[in-house]
Design a protein around this ligand. Sequence first.
Ligand code: GLU
Length: 547
Amino acid sequence: MDNKALAQLLFPDVECSREDMEACFPERELPEGAFVTRIGPSPTGFVHLGNLYNAVIGERLAHQSGGVFYLRIEDTDDKREVEGAVETVINAMGQFGVEFDEGATADGDNGSYGPYRQRQRAQIYHVFAKWLVEQDKAYPCFLTAEEINAVREEQMSKKQDPGIYGEYAKANRSLTIEEIKAKIDAGMPWVLRFKADMTDERIAVSDAVRGKIEMPRNFLDFVLLKSDGIPTYHFAHVVDDHLMHSTHVIRGEEWISSLPMHVELFNTLGWQMPVYCHTATLMKIDPETGGKRKLSKRKDPELALTYYQQEGLDKDVVWEFLLTLLNSNYEEWRAQNADADHTDFEFSLAKMSTSGALVDADKLRDISKDVIGRMAPDKVYDKWKQWCGTYNSRFFELLDKYEDRTKAALNVGKSGKKPRKDIESWKQACDFMSFYYDETFVIKDDMNEQADEETQKAFFSKYLASYDHADDSAAWFEKVRAITDELGFAVKPKDYKKNPDQYKGSIVHITNMLRIALTGRANAPDIHEVSHVLGEDIVRSRLEKFC
Ligand code: GLU
């Protein structure tokens, strides 16, 4: 077979050589040891936590080494593509604070290694496809879907490896150039397959996360170009990561099974392989079985990035959570560097876990409380309000109207040794902080659990009669103690515990009553502080209702 003639028949439009093409993507000028990383999401319309998980790794490795982090849109699978999905990915990454140096952006591409959308690179792949045909390493295959199904069934019945190889590849591999031309002229669709060696050899790849991965060498005549001339993931990955000079390929562990194809392609094309970093699958504890399982798109809303936005989980919180999942020493570092920016932490591939990464809702909530707890009230106000702008218009208006009160409220409980950490998400903040506004204030807890109605009336009348808004915390509390005693309640909770028959209750019941009247719930921040945020008029009007 004249492979040059076949290559010309298959790719008549390709005029440039592989050398010409490579010259368009010169080596990057970067400092020694700089990482070039990327994410390659497929525009399916669904951006998941795994995309962000891998983005965090790539971003950290590139930016802490003075390298480049870019966004490549892997849109080779048109069956999965959804209208507007590219914008969805770009927006989602932007909203989670992922900063790319190059790649697809909302208004076109940015960078000199583009295009950064694979469908727009079809001509580039064809140059290398043509070269592979010339080298007798690729051939056109005319197998129909029915024929491939029949092969699969035969292989299943014979318990053979699935795929096109050996015997199953023979008919198409041995077509003459005349036969190929006749089929093409007759309009028969064809794909371009890699011409693999039948081999029992094994390969070993040194993965930066998992260490040495040993696998059988590829023996499959896998597809390089589909019948529309668009490459498969495998071919596009190898060509793009070579031309764009990715030093590290960070991708999910589901790609490990395809690794032999990628190794084969890099070797055949004579290119150096990037360092592979196969990341652990995101897992959760199944609430029903108590066992660990993969996060599922169908069952688990927390797999979608939109979930974090809708729940009002701040981008800083999600980064903190992912870094905690990713590097085993992150939490310890954070404990010692409470106020540092996460970018000060030195991210390392060696500290990554290979067993599934556990997405634990309680952990996320705790991290969120810590991160928001550390933020200055003005920053909390701005971020919360911004979220409300999209997700809660009622609260947006309240925050706008009561800016000073809200900022003061966000400062409540912050001065002591153990600052309060009440806010776990912007959504929950709308609930937790609702008592600061008459418009959303409701009594949630039952006052009658603390004392009978007669006692309530007596207490609130006395309290208001002696209430002086100017009292400091000590003077205020002294008055509460005095009324507690007058009403026959124990001023010291332990006295009540010892002799419950001698008292109507303890000071805890009294302060709970006050809290419920003022905030709607027994579990709320410091009454004196809250009263000063609300102001005397609101305090009096809320308490008068119980007199
Ligand atoms: N398009 C692939 C995916 O969505 C990306 C894998 C890679 O990063 O190479 O899983």
